[in-house]
Design a binder for this molecule. Structure first.
Ligand code: HEC
Length: 118
C-alpha cells in the first residue's frame, strides 16, 4: 500500500516535470496547464452563453460551488459529456475528453478560475 502511494507520488512528480501534465491524488489523468487554459476559455465563453457570464445561471442553471458542491463528480462529468436529453443542455463529448470534463467539474465545485490573458 505504501509502495503504491510512493510510486504514485513519484509518478505525479515526474509528470509535472515533463510538460506540466500531472495526476490527481486518485491517479486519474489531469489536463496539461495549456489545456487547462483552453478549458477555462471554453467554459467561460461556450458554457457561459447559457449558464451566464458569471456562471450564476441564465437559460442554464447556476454552476456555482453552492449549487454543485454535493454532486458526485462522476454525475457532473456525465451531464457535461452527454448533456441532459429533453433540455437545451448539449453533450460535449466531441470537444471534451473525460479528463477535461472531470477537471471542469472539479473546478466548478471549487469556484471556477477566471480567464488569464495569454
Ligand atoms: C445551449 C445552452 C447550454 C450550453 C451551451 C451549456 N449548457 Fe449546461 N445546461 C443547460 C441547461 C438548460 C441545463 C439545465 C438542464 C435541466 O433543466 O435539467 C444545464 C445543466 C447543466 C449541468 C447540471 C447542473 C444542474 O444543476 O442541473 C451542468 C453541470 C452543466 N450544465 C454544465 C455545462 C458545461 C460545463 C457546459 C460547457 C462545456 C455547458 N453546461 C453548456 C444549458 C446549456
Amino acid at each position: 500500500m505504501w509502495v503504491t502511494l510512493i510510486r504514485r507520488m513519484a509518478l505525479a512528480g515526474m509528470a509535472s516535470l515533463v510538460g506540466g501534465a500531472s495526476m490527481a491524488s486518485d491517479g486519474a489523468p489531469v489536463p496539461t496547464t495549456d489545456r487547462q487554459a483552453k478549458l477555462v476559455r471554453v467554459v467561460r465563453q461556450d458554457c457561459g452563453s447559457c449558464h451566464g457570464m458569471r456562471l450564476t445561471g441564465g437559460l442554464g442553471t447556476a454552476l456555482t460551488p453552492d449549487q454543485l458542491r454535493d454532486w458526485p463528480v462522476s454525475s457532473l462529468v456525465a451531464v457535461i459529456l452527454h448533456g441532459r436529453p429533453g433540455t437545451p443542455m448539449p453533450g460535449w463529448k466531441a470537444m471534451l475528453s473525460e479528463a477535461d470534463a472531470r477537471w471542469i467539474a472539479m473546478q466548478l465545485q471549487a469556484g471556477f478560475p477566471e480567464e488569464t490573458n495569454p
